[in-house]
Design a protein around this ligand. Structure first.
Ligand SMILES: [Zn+2]
Ligand SMILES: [Zn+2]
Ligand SMILES: [Zn+2]
Length: 261
């Protein structure tokens, strides 16, 4: 399996529009962070999230065909490139399998009602949108998508607002957990000893909806993956600063990063 980081940035992307800071003004490509998305390539391509940079990301990664999408949650930076999935279903009868938790599923259908209509008119992407198997109370069960075994992980993103997100462990070797404050304690068992654990953590100070860097590093020490990677990065630090600070524990993600497992 190949994992490609399509976007390593937080919700604004980096550079942040109009920001004069050193990281945003950097010319180095590793400091240019599109919105969070991951491409999983086994026999075929599967996406995690479809943020507003989707079109540019799919062109850059030269993705010719796609079979499905796993959604972490419904925030703009993870969802709102969805209409750009349409060309992947131009072929007659083509349909993308999409999975989301029940909360995200509901928001996707209210924001893009034409998916439900499934009317077959030409400008609607043909998506088969499903709720993750299992449930939020008792836990999700693993399923297979394009030959990949997917185990969803229950997480809380914004505790005060009840916003939930879903992490994914793929083939029991790659864990992708972004946009969360809490991991459901019963799902921690899926996270120990992975080949790669990728966590989303934008900044190094307390945040209402994300773990901060020190918490991400502590989780990597706890779950002991062979490689720890931290993404969903803000403009607080440059790639080289993060590399130096996290040495021996984690690597900062960057757009175009490829991991083979
Ligand atoms: Zn996000
Ligand atoms: Zn900046
Ligand atoms: Zn979010």
């Amino acid at each position: 399996m190949k994992i490609t980081v399509l976007g390593s940035g937080t919700s604004t992307g980096v550079p942040i529009l109009s920001c004069p800071c050193e990281v945003c003004q950097s010319n180095e490509s590793v400091n240019k962070r599109l919105r969070a998305a991951i491409l999983l390539t086994g026999e075929k391509h599967v996406l995690i999230d479809t943020g507003p940079d989707l079109r540019a990301q799919m062109l850059r990664a030269n993705v010719g065909a796609l079979v499905g999408v796993l959604y972490t949650h419904y925030h703009f930076d993870h969802l709102d490139g969805l209409p750009d999935l349409r060309p992947f279903t131009f072929e007659k009868g083509a349909q993308l399998k999409c999975y989301a938790n029940i909360q995200t599923h509901e928001v996707i259908l209210s924001r893009y009602p034409y998916i439900r209509e499934n009317a077959g008119y030409s400008n609607a992407p043909q998506l088969k949108l499903e709720i993750l198997p299992g449930n939020e109370q008792d836990g999700y069960t693993a399923f297979t998508l394009a030959g990949l075994e997917i185990q969803p992980i229950r997480m809380v993103h914004i505790p005060k607002a009840g916003v939930l997100s879903t992490g994914f462990v793929v083939n029991r070797t790659f864990g992708y957990l972004t946009d969360f404050k809490e991991i459901h304690p019963h799902d921690e068992k899926y996270l120990f000893g992975l080949s790669v654990l990728y966590l989303g953590s934008p900044i190094d100070r307390p945040h209402f909806s994300h773990i901060q860097h020190s918490e991400a590093l502590a989780l990597i020490k706890k779950f002991k993956p062979k490689r720890g990677v931290i993404g969903h990065l803000s403009h607080q630090y440059s790639h080289s600063e993060l590399t130096a600070m996290w040495q021996g524990v984690a690597e900062p993600a960057f757009d175009g990063m490829e991991i083979l497992i």
